[in-house]
Design a protein around this ligand. Sequence first.
Ligand code: ATP
Ligand code: MG
Length: 398
Amino acid sequence: MVTQPNIIVVRFAELSTKGKNRKQFITMLRQNIQEVCKGFPSCKVQQAYDRIYVLVNDENASELMNRLQDVFGIATLSLAYQVPLAIDDIIDAAFTLIQKEPVSTFKVITRRMNKQFPLESDEINRAVARKILQETDFVVDVHKPQVKVLIEIRHHEAYVTVNTIEGAKGYPVKIQGKAMLLMSGGIDSCVASYLSNKRGIEVEAIHFASPPYTSDAAKQKVLDLAKVLTRYQPFIRLHIVPFTDIQMQIAINVPESYRITVMRRFMVRLAQRLAEQRRCKALITGESVGQVASQTLESMSVINEVTTMPILRPLVSFDKTEIIEIAKKIGTYDISIRPFEDCCTIFTPVAPVTKPLLHKAQRFESKLDIETLIEESLAATEVVMIRYNDAKEEDSFF
Ligand code: ATP
Ligand code: MG
């Protein structure tokens, strides 16, 4: 009899689709779980028809559970005992597990996939319950048990578990392909990244920096945020695009009230170019209708006009308080509120236009050499790969 639960049972989320899509979902989820498990070298991932199993081996089971809770596509997770197909082993495992629970009512539920097993589900339920009732003060409650002892009788082994926890739900990251996130270093764009990951979209990020008006610390903030986001997507490719020259040209040539509109149009043009190069199918922003001047429907429509790519705005109808709640949950909030300048805030006009007109934006832009400005910015772009499992600095030998 093993002394610690030795396996994690992973159940799939949103698996309403059948056939090829189902297969893709499971394959992608398995690969994503394997990626996370690289940080736990002795664990092994196994795939069955309706489950994925992670064998814990020498790893820390609760750390592994914590990591798996951030993997999209998982409905629930249970830390379980994998035991031989023998009723005594099953009873032992169930008894060991329930003893650790601070409960008084329970119910045993058996799924018997292996019809060769000599006992019927009901007989297994009763045998396990008998032992628990004999040796503890717990009582059976079939309607609202405080703890459910779940037993699965499979073809080669049985699984016994009591603690099922919620997974991150959604779809496995990458199943929908890639999109380019406009990432500011504020609260919203990180939450937009997380919600896009949840729908199965892999994110690449583009950040516009305006040195020397924006500092190294502002850039570091974006790197730190991207690092947190690798909890949900193990690598992020971050493109840091110099934006100072463009902003200077805008400041010289565009009336103050239209500067934000024109600046946003440049951001979208640059993001689209990079998105095409990197085979991204859409852009993502952290905009939410009405939040600031550039986020009115009129403004969004003038900004959209420069691209044919869909712009996803996962926060479009969220209140700021709702966004903050998610930012806290995903671990980005404390970094996002560090007080560093964003390229937008530096050149922010006192009174930006809230209902910009397309023909005016176009007229002001006609004074700028748009193509050259874009090409120069892209040529000077810095690319940083950010990985969850990167060695920490103190691990370095040099
Ligand atoms: P956030 O909290 O994401 O910064 P915000 O509420 O501050 O959003 P804005 O500053 O108006 O809103 O920015 C709206 C969106 O434009 C951001 O969510 C982001 O997608 C994009 N954006 C703004 N500044 C930058 C930047 N420096 N680099 C890349 N994208 C940016
Ligand atoms: Mg911002």
